[in-house]
Design a protein around this ligand. Structure first.
Ligand SMILES: *[C@@H]1O[C@H](CO)[C@@H](O)[C@H](O)[C@H]1NC(C)=O
Ligand SMILES: *[C@@H]1O[C@H](CO)[C@@H](O)[C@H](O)[C@H]1NC(C)=O
Ligand SMILES: *[C@@H]1O[C@H](CO)[C@@H](O)[C@H](O)[C@H]1NC(C)=O
Ligand SMILES: *[C@@H]1O[C@H](CO)[C@@H](O)[C@H](O)[C@H]1NC(C)=O
Ligand SMILES: *[C@@H]1O[C@H](CO)[C@@H](O)[C@H](O)[C@H]1NC(C)=O
Ligand SMILES: *[C@@H]1O[C@H](CO)[C@@H](O)[C@H](O)[C@H]1NC(C)=O
Ligand SMILES: *[C@@H]1O[C@H](CO)[C@@H](O)[C@H](O)[C@H]1NC(C)=O
Ligand SMILES: *[C@@H]1O[C@H](CO)[C@@H](O)[C@H](O)[C@H]1NC(C)=O
Ligand SMILES: *[C@@H]1O[C@H](CO)[C@@H](O)[C@H](O)[C@H]1NC(C)=O
Ligand SMILES: *[C@@H]1O[C@H](CO)[C@@H](O)[C@H](O)[C@H]1NC(C)=O
Ligand SMILES: *[C@@H]1O[C@H](CO)[C@@H](O)[C@H](O)[C@H]1NC(C)=O
Length: 662
């Protein structure tokens, strides 16, 4: 028992380490991309710091103090393309402030109490595309010096006191795509206001929360819009009057929780018949007389969003909804899936009933008329079923994506998704699944590529669980514990050789058998983070090359030299948040780490835990010299000397003993 202790002592003496920490000098502002992108947010600065290089292209400078800006302020940074000056208490923008900034394409002035903007302040940036003047106290559009902004694409004017959308004559509208007037005080629109938009077509206009009281009938005329948002309007008839004969891809007429609102009647929606709309959103409204007549002017719609409209049923007898492709019924009060009366919407390809406020019963064949359905979202809907999912999903033979995540326990029998043979994506995350081994609920899903089984409380020792999935590429098993904390040699991965992405984080793993991933030849991404693995488990990746490997937040202290070649052949490794050993016993790894720094993501979180003197120091900053020190040499010489003396005595004794016995 003494021998190993002595040798350990000797080793410790021989290799007494000398460590030095190199920590980069603190610099003002955070460099995000060398010489190009900097973040100086909230540094209390009152000028551009000299440490910023002239080559800076993107600068986040919000929450500083620049009461007045002028031609000197940014003159050094002539190559700026993005400049964020949110809440810098800017009141004055003087002449020629951006004179030299030809490349500037995005300027954010949000949250500054602007008093003055010189006529020439925006003359320089000929390529300015995006201008943010949110919450700047503007009440009149004439305040904005725009005559040089031919390339302006989006102008954000939310949270101001603007009372008319009429653009000044010189306003360049040719390239305009987005005009955002949220939360202003525009109560009335005339034909002339809309005409000031000039040549702009396919605009996205946002008048959310403006308390619109009246619009001149037909004011929006025969213009074509990309999207129109009149959210929070008290009386919807007003909007439809103004939109007569106009065309828009999407029309947002939703309202908000805190608004006292008039109920929407079928009569109010009559005006929709005179507007050409593809996608309509009416979220959070109350309907006063919800019936099949409500849908009378919806027949040309392709998308309808009735999120949180307090519905417990869709009426039967809705007719003519053959164009509707996408129906969103999230956050309503259905008891049963059949109450959706799906047969009224025979062309649906997308149906979403997520976040239902009541426990949703799946029923039998409620969606069976939706033979074209491609995507179904039933997540967060309190669904519970002992035998899911063939009866509820009957006839959904074209379904490609099914989301049943965040529901109550579901029992899955053998071939539980036989009715949906075209499934490509199945999301069951955070839904407790009951599977009887050795059954395979997913058998015969010949096209399934993505399977999310995170936090499903699965029995991972069921080797047949994933049988019959020939093209599965992405598997998420996060949060499903493995028996005894180990992945054995024979396991459930043997049937899914096509896997490319495997997520096994938070699976309470202590170890992985060397052969565990043997059948996974196409894998390119392995996430083993948040387990309790040690360095030895890396041996299971011996046959893999060029993968992304995440072993963050494990129990890795030491990585022995024999495993370094395995890490060397991978492309990216995340080793952060491990209790790494920075003593000489790990010197091979530490040396290799520095040579391979480019492979590691999150090196700023890859820190030493041992020895205590180096706790919290970045691995890349550690300088260890594990040579033999003077003290070590002294001890070595003494040791060798003693050993030689001992040997001589032993030989002498042996010879003497031998002679005595001749
Ligand atoms: C940044 O600029 C410095 C000095 O001009 C130069 O030495 C360095 O190579 C540049 N770095 C990059 C990533 O361009
Ligand atoms: C600005 O960009 C141009 C073109 O990329 C380059 O030639 C010039 O050196 C840059 N100037 C500064 C100060 O970075
Ligand atoms: C800034 O303006 C002053 C006064 O108009 C002028 O003398 C100076 O040359 C300008 N500086 C730059 C960098 O344009
Ligand atoms: C940055 O630009 C300023 C003014 O244009 C100039 O005086 C200075 O020498 C430049 N700095 C570098 C490092 O090129
Ligand atoms: C809408 O178009 C129709 C037919 O082109 C026309 O009769 C009607 O006056 C227009 N309505 C408005 C308000 O311009
Ligand atoms: C809604 O506006 C229309 C005119 O567009 C008006 O006839 C109707 O009375 C208004 N309804 C209410 C309740 O104010
Ligand atoms: C199944 O869907 C098809 C359309 O794909 C439809 O024609 C048929 O009527 C549906 N079957 C039943 C039983 O509803
Ligand atoms: C399924 O629904 C959940 C919750 O609504 C969502 O977080 C998740 O992204 C969805 N899955 C897919 C594949 O879209
Ligand atoms: C399940 O995984 C898929 C694919 O990574 C992802 O899109 C989806 O959001 C995940 N679901 C949940 C609930 O996080
Ligand atoms: C691995 O990927 C290749 C190329 O994408 C493919 O041909 C092969 O079938 C895949 N192997 C498995 C077992 O799916
Ligand atoms: C490394 O992995 C951990 C755990 O998954 C994650 O939180 C962290 O963001 C990753 N680091 C980087 C730089 O992506």
């Amino acid at each position: 028992m003494m021998a190993p202790d002595i040798s350990r002592f000797l080793l410790a003496v021989l290799f007494s380490a000398s460590c030095r920490v190199i920590i980069a000098s603190d610099q003002i502002c955070i460099e995000k991309e060398a010489n190009k992108t900097y973040n100086c947010e909230n540094f209390g600065l009152s000028e551009i710091p000299d440490t910023l290089p002239n080559t800076t292209e993107s600068l986040e400078f919000s929450f500083n103090f620049l009461p007045a800006i002028q031609n000197r302020t940014f003159s050094r940074l002539i190559n700026l393309t993005f400049l964020d000056l949110t809440r810098c208490q800017i009141s004055w923008i003087h002449e020629d402030t951006f004179q030299g900034h030809r490349q500037l394409s995005t300027l954010v002035l949000t949250g500054n109490p602007l008093i003055f903007m010189a006529e020439t302040s925006l003359n320089g940036p000929k390529s300015l595309k995006h201008l943010f003047l949110i919450q700047t106290g503007i009440s009149d559009l004439k305040f904005i010096p725009v005559h040089n902004l031919e390339n302006l694409e989006s102008l954000y004017l939310g949270n101001n006191h603007i009372s008319s959308m009429k653009l000044p004559k010189a306003f360049p509208t040719r390239n305009l795509q987005v005009l955002d007037f949220q939360n202003n005080a525009i109560h009335y629109f005339s034909r002339e206001d809309v005409r000031s938009l000039g040549q702009a077509t396919h605009l996205s206009l946002n008048f959310n929360s403006n308390d619109i009281k009246a619009i001149e009938p037909g004011a929006f005329g025969s213009t074509v819009f990309q999207s129109l948002n009149f959210g929070g309007t008290f009386n919807l008839s007003v909007i439809f009057d103004g939109l007569q004969n106009s065309t828009t891809q999407s029309l947002w007429l939703g309202t908000f929780e805190d608004m006292y609102d008039q109920d929407v009647s079928s009569d109010m929606l009559r005006g929709l018949c005179e507007v050409s709309v593809e996608s309509l959103n009416l979220q959070k409204h109350h309907f006063s007389d919800f019936s099949s007549t409500t849908f009378r002017c919806f027949t040309r719609l392709q998308e309808l969003d009735l999120t949180a409209t307090h519905l417990s049923e869709l009426p039967s007898g809705i007719e003519g909804m053959n164009s509707l492709k996408k129906l969103v019924l999230n956050a309503n009060n259905f008891d049963q899936l059949c109450q959706v009366n799906a047969a009224s919407f025979p062309s649906l390809t997308h149906l979403s009933i997520k976040g239902n406020m009541k426990k949703l019963q799946l029923g039998v064949g409620c969606l069976e008329k939706l033979g074209n359905l491609r995507k179904l979202d039933l997540s967060h809907s309190d669904i519970e079923a002992s035998d899911c999912c063939n009866l509820p999903l009957r006839n959904l033979s074209h379904l490609q994506s099914l989301n049943l995540s965040y529901n109550e326990p579901l029992g899955l029998q053998h071939q539980a998704f036989k009715e949906c043979p075209q499934l490509e994506l199945l999301d069951l995350a955070f839904t407790r699944l009951r599977v009887n081994p050795p059954q395979s609920p997913f058998q015969n899903l010949l096209f399934l590529q993505v399977l999310n089984l995170s936090h499903c409380f699965l029995d991972t020792s069921n080797q047949q669980l994933l049988a019959g999935l020939p093209v599965l590429r992405h598997l998420n098993l996060r949060g499903n514990p493995f028996r005894d904390g180990t992945i054995p040699k024979t396991n459930l991965f043997q049937t899914v050789g096509s896997l490319e992405v495997l997520i096994l984080s938070s699976c309470a793993l202590l170890s992985i058998d060397q052969q565990a991933f043997h059948s996974l030849r196409n894998i390119s991404h392995v996430d083993l983070s948040h387990n309790s693995l040690t360095g030895d488990s890396m041996a299971s990746l011996r046959h893999l090359k060029g993968i992304y490997l995440n072993v963050a937040a494990n129990n890795i202290r030491i990585i022995p030299p024999r495993l370094l070649p395995i890490l060397s052949q991978q492309s990216t490794i995340n080793l952060s948040h491990n209790p790494l050993d920075c003593t000489c016993s790990n010197i091979h790894f530490l040396t290799w780490f520095k040579e391979n720094l480019h492979r590691f993501e999150g090196p700023e979180d890859t820190l030493c835990t041992n020895p205590p003197s180096l706790r919290g120091v970045k691995l890349s900053d550690v300088q260890l010299s594990c040579g033999i020190t003077a003290l070590g040499i002294f001890f070595l010489i003494v040791f060798l000397f003693l050993f030689t003396v001992l040997l001589i005595f032993a030989v002498k004794y042996l010879l003497r003993w031998k002679y005595q016995h001749i």
